[in-house]
Design a protein around this ligand. Structure first.
Ligand SMILES: CCCCCCCCCCCCCCCC(=O)SCCNC(=O)CCNC(=O)[C@H](O)C(C)(C)COP(=O)(O)OP(=O)(O)OC[C@H]1O[C@@H](n2cnc3c(N)ncnc32)[C@H](O)[C@@H]1OP(=O)(O)O
Length: 252
C-alpha cells in the first residue's frame, strides 16, 4: 500500500506522510496481529443469514416510514397492531443478551452488527467504507430524517458516531489499533440530510500505543465536519471467548 502526501486532507490541507517512528506496512501489521488481522476491508461481508439482512433492510424501510408519520393522514391503529404481532413473534426467539454478544464476536466480529456499518443493525444507515491506496478510508452516505438534529440537518451526535467509527476503520487500514481515548470535532457548516455526504478518515501519526487520526465529512465541496482523535492500543476481553483478548478495541 502506498502512503502518499499529495492527497487533499484535513480541512483541505495535504495529507502528511504517516508517522516516522512506526512501520505502517501491511506486513508489519500482520506481524503484530498474526492470523487475526485481515487488512483488506471487505465492503461486502458474506451474510451470516441472507434472510437476516433482508429482515433488517425491511426494518430500515419501516424506520424511515414511521419517522415521517406524525401529522400524516395514515390510519395507524391497525399498523401498530400488526407490528406488535411481528415483535411478539420475534422476542421469545431472541437469544439472551450474553449469547447475542458472543454471536457478534464470531466470524466477521461486529463488522456486520455495529451501529454505523453493520448490515445486520437496523440503527446503522449502513455506511460502507473502502480502504484507499493513499492510506485513507472513504465512504458516501445519504442520511434520512431519522438522523435529524437541526432542521433538515444531520444530528451532531450522529456525525460524531460515524466519525468515531470511521477513524477506527482508518486505524485498521493503516495497521494501527486502539480504543478511542479522546476526540474533538469542529462542525464547520450544517450537514444536510437527504444529500450525498463524502466521508474520509486517515491516520495522521502513530507512536507506540498512540495513534492520531483525522476525519472529515463533506457535502459536495463544502466541509461540514472535521475531527481529530487519539486512539490508545488496549486489550479488551472478547465476549464468549475466555482468555481471548482483542487488540482492536472496536468490533473489527
Ligand atoms: C478487515 C479489516 C478492516 C477492519 C474492519 C473493521 C474496522 C472496524 C473499525 C471499528 C472502529 C470502531 C471504533 C469505535 C471506537 C470506540 O467506540 S472505542 C469505545 C470508546 N472508548 C473507550 O471506551 C475507552 C475507555 N478508556 C479506556 O479504556 C482507557 O482510558 C484507555 C483508552 C485504554 C487508556 O487507558 P490506559 O491504557 O490506562 O492509558 P494510560 O496508561 O493512563 O495513558 C497512556 C497514555 O495515553 C495518554 N492518555 C490516556 N487517555 C488520554 C486522553 N483521554 N486524552 C489524552 N491523552 C490520554 C496518557 O496521558 C498517557 O500518555 P503518556 O504519559 O504515555 O505520554
Amino acid at each position: 500500500m502506498t502512503k502518499q502526501s499529495d492527497s487533499p486532507g484535513f480541512g483541505g490541507v495535504p495529507l502528511p506522510k504517516l508517522g516516522p517512528n512506526e512501520d505502517f506496512s501491511l506486513e508489519a501489521a500482520r506481524k503484530r496481529l498474526g492470523e487475526t488481522f485481515e487488512p483488506i476491508p471487505t465492503p461486502e461481508l458474506p451474510p451470516a443469514d441472507p434472510d437476516l439482512d433482508r429482515a433488517v433492510a425491511e426494518l430500515r424501510r419501516l424506520r424511515e416510514a414511521t419517522a415521517a408519520l406524525a401529522h400524516s393522514e395514515v390510519e395507524l391503529g391497525d399498523i401498530a397492531d400488526r407490528l406488535a404481532e411481528v415483535a411478539d413473534l420475534l422476542e421469545p426467539r431472541v437469544p439472551s443478551p450474553s449469547k447475542r454478544l458472543e454471536t457478534m464476536w464470531t466470524g466477521a466480529g461486529t463488522r456486520r452488527s455495529n451501529p454505523v456499518a453493520g448490515p445486520e443493525n437496523p440503527l446503522a444507515p449502513p455506511v460502507q467504507f473502502y480502504g484507499c491506496d493513499d492510506g485513507s478510508v472513504r465512504a458516501e452516505v445519504t442520511l434520512g430524517p431519522v438522523y435529524q438534529g437541526p432542521p433538515g440537518c444531520v444530528h451532531g451526535g450522529v456525525s460524531a458516531l460515524i466519525i468515531d467509527h470511521m477513524m477506527g476503520f482508518a486505524n485498521h487500514w493503516g495497521g494501527r489499533f486502539g480504543m478511542t481515548a479522546h476526540y474533538e470535532i469542529d462542525y464547520r457548516s450544517p450537514t444536510p440530510l437527504l444529500e450525498p455526504l463524502s466521508l474520509r478518515a486517515w491516520v495522521q501519526e502513530g507512536e507506540g500505543r498512540k495513534t492520531w487520526t483525522h476525519a472529515t465529512i463533506h457535502a459536495g465541496e463544502r466541509l461540514c465536519v472535521e475531527a481529530r482523535g487519539l486512539f490508545l492500543e488496549a486489550s479488551v476481553p472478547v465476549p464468549g471467548q475466555p482468555g481471548t483478548e482483542s487488540m482492536l478495541g472496536d468490533g473489527g
